[in-house]
Design a protein around this ligand. Sequence first.
Ligand SMILES: CC(C)(COP(=O)(O)OP(=O)(O)OC[C@H]1O[C@@H](n2cnc3c(N)ncnc32)[C@H](O)[C@@H]1OP(=O)(O)O)[C@@H](O)C(=O)NCCC(=O)NCCS
Length: 155
Amino acid sequence: MVDKAEEAPAGQVVIGPAGWRDLNALRVLEKVCFPKDAWPLLDLVGVLTLPNVVRLKAEAGGEMIGFVAGDVRQSAGLAWIATIGVLPEHRRHGVGRALLRACEERLEVPWVRLCVRASNQEAIQLYLNEGYHKTETWARYYQDGEDAIVMEKAL
Ligand SMILES: CC(C)(COP(=O)(O)OP(=O)(O)OC[C@H]1O[C@@H](n2cnc3c(N)ncnc32)[C@H](O)[C@@H]1OP(=O)(O)O)[C@@H](O)C(=O)NCCC(=O)NCCS
């Protein structure tokens, strides 16, 4: 895994900054990764353009295969991982972990938090492995009534 496109050998996954030109690819990725919770278009535009957001994409062969965004709240000394997703056919190859680590490195705050569906064992396992711990449960946080688990990590 490298994080400079110009250094990437063919076929390698590259992690780099995302921007508004990635909107269409991000729409597709969101729908595939979050069939129940895909963000509306306005939120996707926001995550690609607003200040105080660390946004990174993973690309393979020039196509976006993963995305992460960290919402930085400098005054609170805290950032939230707003979204992270990897296309199903590229999962279990370390892309999600690499995106999460690359995002954390750029957050420049002492704490990072996220919330995750209580049933999302893949993601929860990733976060536990990366040093997050569970702090609280938000009952019926998601539209379909599922609880959210809040997780936190010191950076
Ligand atoms: C969660 C997600 C981003 C992980 O991406 P990924 O590229 O498959 O993750 P990685 O290959 O980097 O896996 C890193 C670690 O996470 C854990 N993990 C990932 N997928 C797992 C699975 N299906 N079962 C168990 N553990 C899993 C493992 O500990 C894994 O390490 P290992 O492969 O060395 O055992 C991906 O499954 C995804 O996009 N899911 C749908 C969107 C989503 O739920 N996002 C999180 C919202 S909070």
